[in-house]
Write a protein that binds this ligand. Structure first.
Ligand SMILES: *Cc1c(COP(=O)(O)O)cnc(C)c1O
Length: 424
């Protein structure tokens, strides 16, 4: 079985064009002193070596320039967020006008829903995935209440068929059709945080538009993980965080996409602040909000330079690696390798099963392993071997080898630890 030979992983690493990027990250040490196998990039990505210098550069500018840092220095703060538009646009397949980096994810989800969830007596329903990340559930419940509506009557949750763990695209499309002109807004995760299922965003957008609904995505687990074409897919709006697959630090800033067709619509209702106002007279401090064109017109506050500095360094790494196409190529191999090693354990599905779809088009880095027996024990065993995974109640272990800093040997170490646990 060549995949079980230690040299197999070493050969893959030697042939990996992205292997050198591992050296650009701080890999936390494991309990045995050697670098841990960090499979938690879906929760908090590791620190790029360049992050500290990026922040220090802004400390230096603040120290040396004070308020003048808004106008001088390498990247003046007045225009700082603009430097993130082009790399963010490349990341999600958008035009620079369609993206802005600001705030945090849940905040941005609310800001977008203020504009893109406008219920009427006829059209008021929201379609989301069942078992969505709790913050999204709370956000949508409170959005319904904001309009004086009962969340139980507004929110429709997509559920897998009995005995299945993930959703079928055809079932999602059928539900959308059924909801028809009662459906106001669809908001689904690009990748489900629990199962690791990647949804067909183009198909969902088409189906939503066909019934006259607006379609948005929470890309927390998709950004930096999947190749996307939000503009071409005609997605209306989206947001994502930067601290998972985008390695921009705990609580890092968030990205927003608003399709170009809304770029010149100052009439669209939104919560407004001075940073979204037409910059030509932003400092005249006059009454009467006039939004900037594009996603930038949804900004409220002046840019958070420190988290954005880290994000800028992180996006620079993604570009240097060749963008999402290159990362995705390695990612499919890494995750496929992990899947093979888990299958090689030969365990019955009554004991352990991968609930993430086997089709690479329906998943990103992450494999979610449903452990029916001794789950917590397995998780703790992995931790003692320096393998940092993630435990989700009641019995799922999420493993996410990421292409920027995980190696094939990381995956091989994980496979070896699993074999030891089950077969020794
Ligand atoms: C990680 C995650 C969040 C976290 O929201 P923050 O506002 O960044 O704290 C929200 N939604 C989803 C789907 C997530 O995966």
């Amino acid at each position: 079985m060549p995949v079980l030979l230690p040299s197999f992983a070493a050969d893959l690493d030697a042939a990996d064009p992205l292997a050198a990027f591992r050296q650009e990250f701080h890999i936390p040490p494991g309990p045995n002193g050697q670098p841990s196998v960090y499979l938690c990039g879906n929760s908090l990505g590791l620190q790029p070596q360049s992050a500290r210098a990026a922040v220090e550069q802004e400390f230096e500018a603040w120290e040396q320039l004070g308020v003048e840092g808004h106008f001088h220095g390498e990247a003046p703060w007045l225009h700082y967020h603009e430097t993130l538009a082009a790399p963010s646009a490349r990341l999600v397949g958008a035009r620079p006008l369609e993206v802005v980096v600001m705030n945090n994810l849940t905040v941005n989800l609310h800001l977008l829903l203020v504009t893109f969830y406008r219920p009427t007596a006829q059209r008021y329903k929201i379609l989301m995935e069942g078992g969505a990340f709790p913050s999204d559930q709370y956000a949508l419940e409170s959005q319904a209440r904001l309009h004086g509506l009962d969340p139980a009557e507004v929110i429709v949750e997509l559920m897998p068929r009995p005995g299945e763990h993930t959703l079928r695209t055809a079932d999602i499309e059928a539900t959308i059709q059924e909801l028809g002109d009662s459906l106001a807004t669809i908001i689904i995760g690009g990748v489900n945080y629990y199962t690791g299922q990647a949804f067909d965003l183009a198909a969902i957008t088409r189906a939503g538009h066909a019934v006259g609904a607006l379609v948005g995505f929470d890309l927390a687990h998709a950004a930096g993980n999947l190749e996307m074409h939000l503009h071409d897919w005609d997605v209306d709006f989206a947001c994502w965080c930067s601290y998972k697959y985008l390695n921009s630090g705990p609580g890092g800033t968030s990205g927003v996409f608003v399709h170009e067709r809304f770029a010149h619509r100052p009439d669209l209702l939104r919560l407004a602040g001075w940073w979204g106002h037409d910059p030509t007279d932003r400092f005249q401090m006059k009454k009467g909000f006039r939004p900037m064109p594009g996603a930038a017109g949804w900004q409220l506050s002046n840019a958070q330079i420190f988290p954005m500095a880290i994000h800028r360094a992180s996006l620079e790494l993604v570009d240097r690696a060749g963008g999402m196409a290159a990362l995705r190529r390695k990612s499919e191999q890494l995750t496929g390798y992990l899947e093979t090693l888990i299958q090689e354990l030969g365990l019955p599905s009554s004991q352990l099963e991968i609930i993430t779809p086997a089709d690479p088009a329906q998943r990103g880095c992450q494999l979610s392993v449903l452990v029916h027996q001794r789950g917590r024990e397995l998780f703790d065993y992995l931790a003692r071997q320096g393998i940092i995974a993630d435990w989700r109640e009641p019995n799922v272990i999420r493993l996410a080898p990421v292409p920027l800093y995980n190696s094939f040997q990381d995956v091989a170490r994980t496979g070896a630890a699993l074999r030891q646990f089950y077969h020794s």
